[in-house]
Write a protein that binds this ligand. Structure first.
Ligand SMILES: O=C(O)C1=C[C@@H](OP(=O)(O)O)[C@@H](O)[C@H](O)C1
Ligand SMILES: C=C(OP(=O)(O)O)C(=O)O
Length: 449
């Protein structure tokens, strides 16, 4: 993976977004969830024995997590591996410091790994991409300090040194649910466990905290979440596991959106019956925007009618879906209003500003509000769609490009953050690169129907 200081060659390259020649009709098999993979790797590195993590996502964010855990003393061995999927065996080791960790632009690495580093006696230094230095870190670093760790810095770059004792802490997690998840994930290994109390405006992305609690319980950790905005993790062992990672439902978003934009059909196999993934909300969101959404044996099928309805929606809980929903809104036949996502100004980029700027650059009418966007559909024209090194901005540009000739997405390679095979899979969905013979391959695969 590229180091943050050296930008990959061709990073500013423009990718001509393919226009759909007709309705898409494809089955899109997505690699594993970023959020599940990075939690599973971290819990395995802290567990009481070796774990197997199957069908884990292989991407920049998960490679960074794997590298961080190795640096801290765990042994991670890949077995079966394809471009975007891997089976890991993880053997925990004593957590050691004296190392430097690159978080890239990964929220899950910058917020989940420092509490693990606080178990080490030697200092661990953290840094990342230039854009990562702008992402909020203060609340979790303050919490680590209050729980006994030595922390220098309030944002990237910073240094953490243990040993941490744990106990009770109050923090404001309104800038990111990851502030809470990070403390809970390592909390069972703190001498006193951890009680996290949130105080401030509502915590966003709650399904992601539910995912954390669910995965901790699956690993035998006692978690009490019975009181709103308070989470208690008892100290104790984290059980080693054999776990298969669900497909990434947030990465399904642009592919399913293509069904709406083209009036076609996209099926995603292995859509879980029950899940804590935020992307599961797509079933309702896309239906509200005019799609027919059906569960088919083992999967989810979304069909578009050729028209997209505008939407009024609060995306506070599922904010990572905002770029795709905004792209659809720009192509809809009525106005849309997205609310509840003020905190995505602190995601990979200020997503509210970026979406408004890029939609308007193509001739659209998108207005920033304090906590979201108002989008009035207008005929769009081709032009450059800047991605700001943000994978979901890049895929939003691809969605618009399906219907608008001449859209050029800057740095499509940034999709490697969570889906390195995006451009190939997109072309295959559109029938541009032929059928993929590896339908059963563990990574991303697309079959034309
Ligand atoms: O815990 C996680 O895996 C995530 C939590 C959310 O972060 P925020 O709470 O900062 O939105 C989400 O947007 C991000 O993509 C992944
Ligand atoms: C917000 C996101 O990522 P991160 O895990 O870096 O916060 C995202 O993937 O949309």
């Amino acid at each position: 993976m590229a180091s943050p200081q050296s930008e990959p060659r061709g990073a500013r390259a423009l990718w001509p977004a393919p226009v759909a020649a007709g309705p898409v009709d494809a089955t899109v098999r997505l690699p594993g969830s970023k959020s599940v993979t990075n939690r599973a790797l971290l819990l395995a590195a802290l567990a009481d024995g070796p774990s197997s993590i199957r069908r884990a996502l292989r991407s920049r964010d998960t490679d960074l997590m794997a590298a961080a855990l190795r640096a801290l003393g765990a042994e991670l061995t890949p077995s079966d591996e394809s471009a975007s999927s891997v089976d890991w065996t993880v053997r925990p080791g004593p957590i050691r410091g004296g190392v430097a960790i690159d978080v890239g632009l990964a929220g899950t690495v910058m917020r989940f790994v420092p509490p693990v580093a606080a178990l080490a006696d030697e200092p661990v230094s953290f840094d990342g991409d230039p854009a990562a230095r702008r992402r909020p870190m203060g609340p979790i670093l303050g919490a680590l300090r209050a729980l006994g760790a030595h922390v220098e810095g309030d944002a990237l770059p910073f240094t953490v040194r243990g040993p941490i004792t744990g106990g009770e802490v109050v923090l404001d997690a309104s800038s990111s649910s990851q502030m809470v998840s990070g403390l809970l994930l390592a909390g069972a290994r703190f001498e006193k466990g951890v009680t996290v109390r949130h105080s401030g405006p509502p915590v966003p992305s709650m399904p992601h905290i539910e995912m954390t609690v669910h995965m901790l319980r699956q690993a035998g950790v006692a978690v009490d979440d019975s009181e709103a905005d308070v989470w208690r993790v008892e100290p104790g062992p984290i059980r080693a596991r054999d776990l298969t990672v669900e497909p990434d439902l947030s990465n399904a978003a642009p592919f399913l959106a293509a069904a709406l934009v083209t009036g076609g059909t996209v099926t995603v196999p292995d859509w879980p019956e029950r899940t804590t993934q935020a992307g599961d909300r797509l079933r309702h969101l896309l239906a509200e925007m005019g799609a027919t959404v059906t569960r088919v044996p083992g999967g989810l099928r979304v069909s578009g009618s050729g028209r997209i309805a505008g939407i009024e929606v609060d995306l506070h809980d599922v904010s990572e879906l905002t770029p795709t929903i905004a792209a659809l809104a720009a192509l809809a036949d009525g106005p849309s209003r997205i609310t509840g996502v003020a905190h995505i100004r602190g995601h990979e980029t200020d997503r509210i500003a970026a979406l408004a700027t890029e939609i308007n650059r193509l001739g659209g009418d998108a207005r920033e509000t304090e906590d979201g966007l108002e989008i009035h559909p207008r005929p769009l024209r081709g032009g450059v769609f800047r991605s700001y090194d943000d994978h979901r901005m890049a895929t939003a540009g691809a969605v618009i490009g399906l219907a608008v000739p001449g859209v050029q997405v800057e740095n499509i390679a940034t999709t490697a953050k969570t889906l390195p095979e995006f451009a190939r899979m997109w072309a295959e969905m559109l029938g541009e690169a032929g059928d993929d013979p590896r339908e059963d391959a563990p990574g991303g695969a697309v079959t034309q129907e």
